[in-house]
Design a protein around this ligand. Structure first.
Ligand code: ADP
Ligand code: ASP
Ligand code: MG
Length: 407
């Protein structure tokens, strides 16, 4: 008998009928003799609906109150799922994040879990109950409700699995595993049987929203066996995410990720002196804007050009800050583009093989795609291209690296 933490995402609990079918699934696992803790998301669309209501009142809602509001989404699904379980004769208890002591820091809307006291859950498990916990939420030291950022229920589940030393954490969603790329964009995408934490972390960080980034960090740090599965199908084994590299060593590239939320800002003709990077990027950081890629050109005429990318939501603000900075530094010009995307190839196989970058650039060149920026790390290569080339680029690379499903 083992202890399993299962997480069901928004579409998996999107209607009352779906919640009933999740209850059947949970009971199936109970009948095999496992202890089950279930983490649920809000019904699909609910969190967006709540955000929109808040924004109708206040364009930038007070973060603390937004968390109080958003946490209600998951409170609905824990209660409904517990009722569905009880109706089927399975004893269950639902809990909000604070009731099971999911302690977080106080960064509202983006809180990090710092501690979980598993006593209450253990007591219920010992009594043979299924424990149903609201994902995405916790409580800070002062007792304020916090939320963990969009997609945060994944992290709730992994953190609970780590605290309870569960045998496995299963993430049930609307796809039957992690694919070589988003199957909504490339129908030929293939399900991976296995992927390493490291690769999954890159994929998530580079835009594959199948798992929240932090959930993968957590799983890797605490060695939680993580599996992504479909809540709509019964048979599949899904994708296992773990530390072992074995199978993946054969493939050069494991997957392709993309991010549509990018924007870039360029400052041209900055007098080149020591400290100039700090003067340009400091004010961006001071405004809590996260930078992604940064490129500085070689200075030829004692001036230099700087380009960086930020989240599209931060584009207008970054541009305004940069114009101010340009005035102060005597730079020539500031330009920006919010219609760009980032496409990345990821794979541990890259460590031991040369020529992958050149295959990537050649493939894009053949399709007439202009590369605007490039950045690399040990196991990934990212390029920035115009938004209109996103699908074309992802499909072409998917084929070029032999990731398409075998017919
Ligand atoms: P949930 O509501 O269950 O948390 P999400 O919408 O957050 O589900 O995540 C599942 C979705 O992630 C899929 O429907 C798929 O379109 C998308 N996705 C993006 N990249 C990938 C990938 N590499 N493999 C699988 N799914 C992916
Ligand atoms: N309901 C939250 C969201 O939509 C958390 C989650 O689904 O993981 O982002
Ligand atoms: Mg999700």
């Amino acid at each position: 008998m083992s202890l399993i933490v299962q997480k069901y995402g928004g579409t998996s609990v999107g209607t009352v009928e779906r919640i009933e079918s999740v209850a059947d699934k949970v009971i199936g696992w109970r009948q095999k003799g496992h202890d089950i803790v279930v983490v649920v998301s809000a019904m699909s669309g609910e969190t967006n609906r709540l955000v929109e209501m808040a924004k109708a009142i206040q364009e930038q809602p007070v973060p603390r109150e937004l968390d109080v509001l958003l946490a209600t989404g998951e409170q609905i699904t824990i209660a409904l799922l517990s009722m569905a379980l009880e109706k089927r004769g399975c004893t269950a208890r639902s809990y909000t994040g604070h009731q099971v002591h999911i302690r977080t820091d106080s960064v509202h809307n983006k809180a990090r879990i710092v501690d979980i006291d598993d006593k209450r859950i253990r007591k219920d498990l010992d009594k043979g109950r299924v424990v149903v916990v609201a994902g995405f939420q916790g409580m800070d030291e002062e007792g304020n409700i916090t939320t963990l950022g969009r997609g945060g229920s994944d992290t709730s589940a992994v953190a609970l699995a780590a605290a309870l030393k569960a045998d496995e954490c299963q993430i049930y969603t609307d796809v039957d595993g992690v694919y070589t790329t988003d199957p909504r964009v490339v129908p030929e995408a293939r399900r991976l049987d296995h992927i390493t934490y490291e690769e999954m972390l890159e994929m998530a960080s580079l835009g594959a929203k199948v798992l929240q980034i932090r959930s993968v960090e957590f799983a890797s740090k605490y060695g939680v066996r993580l599996r992504v599965l479909s809540s709509f199908e019964d048979t599949a084994t899904g994708t296992l995410i773990s530390a072992e590299e074995t199978e993946m060593e054969q493939a050069l590239i494991s997957g392709i990720a993309f991010n549509r939320d990018e924007a870039k800002v360029t400052i041209l003709g900055v007098p080149d002196q020591p400290g100039v990077a700090h003067k340009i990027l400091g004010p961006i950081a001071d405004n809590n804007i996260e930078l992604d890629m940064i490129i500085q050109n070689v200075a030829e005429d004692s001036t230099t050009d700087f380009t960086f990318t930020v989240h599209r939501n931060d584009f207008d603000k970054s541009l305004a800050i940069m114009k101010e900075t340009a005035n102060k530094l005597g730079a020539r010009e500031v330009t920006g583009d919010s219609k760009i995307v980032k496409v990345s190839i990821v794979g541990v196989g890259m460590r031991s093989h040369a020529g992958i970058a050149s295959t990537m650039f050649e493939t894009l060149a053949k399709e007439g795609v202009n590369i605007r920026m490039i950045s690399t790390s040990e196991i990934k290569i990212s390029v920035v291209v115009d938004e209109k080339y996103l699908e074309l680029s992802v499909r072409a690379l998917h084929e070029a690296f032999g990731l398409d499903q075998l017919a």
